[in-house]
Design a protein around this ligand. Structure first.
Ligand code: NAD
Length: 264
């Protein structure tokens, strides 16, 4: 993959630390020759993200909080000014009040419903609209989703509802932008221990369950996600848009794992 992304410029949003899925994707893209811009959320993350940016030889960095449209506009304006265009972008951003990532979905508050949808769903549409303007000769947009969009997963609650809306957004955006040669896809990643995931109730149990019950009998890594992202972001994925691609060791394909049948 050494030359796969040579000459391509991409924006990676949602890097918090070296456990972030965004980091797995950024590394894969940089290894394949892409030039990268990174965003982080507020000064608190800047300290941790700066050395990571340096590792990738990336000099374009922007503070971007997606609840503040001025900061989103400023981020894309900075890219336009420095680069004049964009070939790909990755949205690896999600948020919900962790007090509602346990217990029952039915108890979701209006305020957290609104906030989860705004940060985890609308931000992808808002950023894609801005990316579109910079993708003058086509491009590729990618977001991150989870199986909890399709099926009930313990504690995922309002994030499952938000991810379902995010996956629908991928399809609508793919149709809107396809005429301009811009592709829009999602990766549905299996559970990975990250900062965001640590807010989910019983996350260690969810990890173990996936490890034991997925066809590959293991959990996925940010490197696994990075490699699949490379396919969707590069020319290898030229015919793919509106797609939700599972990178979950096959977990989504299983209805029930075979075991030694007990005597019934
Ligand atoms: P992470 O904590 O490393 O990344 C989440 C990022 O979202 C952070 O960088 C955080 O700063 C950013 N963010 C939150 N609110 C924001 C805001 N208002 N403005 C700008 N940025 C904001 O965790 P991660 O697991 O790498 O999460 C990345 C994406 O992957 C999320 O969409 C998540 O739902 C998704 N995902 C994670 C898993 C998993 O098990 N970790 C599985 C499937 C999908």
């Amino acid at each position: 993959t050494s030359q796969l992304m040579a000459g391509k410029r991409g924006l990676i949003m949602g890097l918090a630390n070296d456990k972030s899925i965004a980091w797995g994707v950024a590394k894969a893209c940089a290894d394949a020759g892409a030039e990268l811009a990174l965003t982080y959320q507020g000064e608190a993350f800047k300290k941790r993200v700066t050395p990571l940016a340096e590792q990738l030889g990336c000099t374009l960095m922007a503070d971007c909080d997606v609840t503040d449209m001025d900061s989103v506009d400023a981020c894309f304006a900075q890219i336009e000014k420095e680069w004049g265009g964009l070939d790909f972008y990755v949205h690896a951003i999600g948020f919900s009040d962790k007090n509602e990532l346990r217990g029952r979905y039915v108890d979701t508050s209006r305020e957290n419903f609104r906030m989860s949808m705004d940060i985890s769903v609308y931000s992808f549409t808002a950023c894609t609209a801005r990316a579109e303007k910079l993708m003058k000769s086509g491009g590729s947009c990618l977001t991150l989703t989870y199986y909890g969009a399709e099926k009930v997963m313990p504690h995922y609650n309002v994030m499952g509802v938000a991810k379902a809306a995010l996956e629908a957004s991928v399809r609508y955006l793919a149709e809107d932008l396809g005429k301009d040669g811009i592709r829009v896809n999602g990766i549905s990643a299996g559970p990975i221990k990250t900062l965001a995931a640590s807010g989910i109730g019983d996350f260690r149990y969810i990890l173990k369950w996936n490890e034991l019950n997925s066809p590959l009998r293991r959990n996925v890594t940010i490197e696994d996600v990075g490699k699949s992202a490379l396919y969707l972001l590069s020319d290898l994925g030229s015919g793919v848009t509106g797609e939700i691609h599972h990178v979950d060791a096959g977990y989504h394909a299983v209805g029930m794992k075979a075991v030694d049948a007990p005597d019934i």
